[in-house]
Structures are given as C-alpha cells and as structure tokens.
Write a protein that binds this ligand. Structure first.
Ligand code: ADP
Ligand code: MG
Length: 274
C-alpha cells in the first residue's frame, strides 16, 4: 500500500529533454522480482502526444512496465529514456497507481492532492504561491471537480478520484501520464467523464499510457494498443495487434471473439483489479 504522499515523482527533478528524442524509449527492458522475470526484452518508442492502451492478462507486467518507466522500479537490463534522458524520476511524468495499491484513508483534501503535483515545481520546502493555487483550481476546473476542492479524497467515487489525479498531472504540467487501470470498476458514465478529460490531455499534447482490461475500449479509443504478456506481443493499430493468433497467445483460452453487426467484439474473462 502506498499513502498518497508516497506516490512517486513528487520530488522529481526537471531533467534535460533532448530535441528529436522520443518521449519514451525502451530498449530491451527486463524487470525481475526475486529473480523471476516480470518483463522480458521489451522495446518500443512512444510518439509525443499519442494515447496508448496497454492490455494483457493479470500478471502480464502492465504495472511493472509503468513502474519502470516512472523510475520507481529499476529494470534489470536494457535502457529506458524519457525525452532522451533518464532513467530517473522525471518531473514531467505523472504516474497514477492502480487503485488497490493506494491507501485512500490517508487524510488529505482534494486541493492538497492536486497541489502535490506542484511540489516538484516549487522545490521541497518552498510554500505554494498564489499562482500555484491558481494552477490547482484551474486544473480542478478542467476535470470538473472544482466543487469538491475541500472534500477528503477518500470520500470520492473511483471516477472522481481518477479525475483528481488527472488534475494533479495537469497542475504538475506533466508531459507523460501513466495511468494504471483508471477505468477498472467505473460505470460507463464515469468512464465517459475520463475520456472527456483524455480529450483535453490530447489537445495539450500530453502523452498518455493507460493499462486496461477492456480490449474493446482499447481498440476504439486509443491511437495504438500494446499487447503484453511478460513479453511485448504486439504494438500498433488495434486491427494489426488484436489478431486471433496474438490474443490467444496472450490470453490462452480466456478469450472469445464475437462477430456482431457492428464488427468484432472481444470478450476476455480475466478481470480486473487484483
Ligand atoms: P499486471 O499489472 O499486468 O497484472 P504486474 O506487473 O503486477 O502485472 O505483475 C507481473 C508479475 O510480477 C506477476 O507475476 C506478479 O506476480 C509479479 N509481481 C508484481 N509485483 C511483485 C512484487 N512486488 N513482488 C514479487 N512479484 C511481483
Ligand atoms: Mg497491474
């Protein structure tokens, strides 16, 4: 469990951004826990501003991948760079852990959660200025959560909590957002609210990676999809990646493809949060 204050990157440092380098580049990354591989030989580049869905069964290494990119878990081989530099805790990365990994009872109000996004910009012991609070309130406004500024974060619904974290990323002026299963457990309406905010991130050119179990949403709403199961099984346009052969190799028998009037619907029965 992480308390809200332990979620990384609050103390990230502005790192050099090298012109012409991809926003994220992984070159043969592997990651291990106690000697066992969770990720093996993963290589890809992200294009600045794109929105990517990361899918794969439970234990596929989705969360591990985000931790390696965020610089909170060292890789055991290969190289990660963010805008040409790193690894390390870049201030330009906002990482939102899986809901089950956060201690939501930690007493902190919504405006303070969003202000945490400014801390890296302030320096550790400096006090927020009026302009920082303006950033916080504007960011809450963008995600439609202004009315909740003084509420305790633990009192909000899952979808509202996700929107507050997106506001925190906006206040942080993040350029890369890693969101671990933000849609899991949300009703359709709350998922739609998140997609509205993702559209705003798109207009701001923020690069977004989202882990999800919903293959249909992944295919419909994202520029590219990444299919992971320890290794990278595919990365590209949904129609190229979500082929029956690749899906079976990721999910085994836990996948069905249904032909409907509107196209193919993919049903997987591995769900969701641990
Ligand atoms: P996903 O997010 O796709 O479900 P994870 O990245 O959480 O996958 O896990 C990948 C693999 O690493 C799994 O086999 C999981 O059991 C293992 N793992 C994840 N976190 C730890 C940890 N802290 N200690 C030991 N093993 C872990
Ligand atoms: Mg996970």
């Amino acid at each position: 469990m992480q308390t809200l204050r332990q979620i990384p990157n609050l103390l990230g440092k502005p790192q050099a951004h090298l012109a012409g380098e991809p926003i994220v580049a992984l070159d043969n990354i592997s990651a291990r826990y106690n000697g066992r591989f969770a990720l093996q030989d993963v290589s890809f580049d992200l294009i600045a501003g794109e929105q990517v869905a990361v899918v794969g069964p439970n234990g596929a290494g989705k969360s591990t991948l985000f931790k390696v990119i965020a610089g909170v878990l060292p890789s055991s081989g290969g190289a990660v760079t963010v805008a040409g530099s790193g690894p390390g805790e870049h201030i330009c990365i906002a990482y939102v852990p899986q809901r089950s990994q956060v201690d939501w009872t930690f007493p902190v109000d919504v405006a303070d959660v969003v202000m945490m996004g400014r801390i890296g910009r302030l320096g550790l012991f400096r006090r927020p200025k009026r302009s920082d609070w303006e950033y916080v309130h504007q960011s809450l406004d963008v995600v439609g959560m202004s009315a909740f500024a003084e509420r305790q974060i633990g009192e909000l619904s899952g979808g509202q909590q996700q929107r507050v974290f997106i506001a925190r990323a906006l206040a942080q002026e993040a350029e890369l957002m890693l969101m671990d299963e933000p849609l899991t457990g949300l009703d359709v309406r709350s998922q739609e609210d998140i997609f509205v905010v993702l559209d705003e991130l798109r207009t701001r050119g923020v690069t977004v990676m989202i882990a999800t179990h919903d293959l249909n949403l992944a295919a419909e709403r994202f520029d590219r999809v990444m299919l992971l199961n320890g290794r990278l099984l595919g990365f590209g346009k949904p129609e190229d990646v979500f082929t029956p052969e690749r899906l079976i190799s990721a999910y085994g028998g836990h996948i069905r493809m249904l032909e409907t009037g509107d196209g193919t619907m993919i049903v997987n029965d591995t769900c969701c949060d641990h």
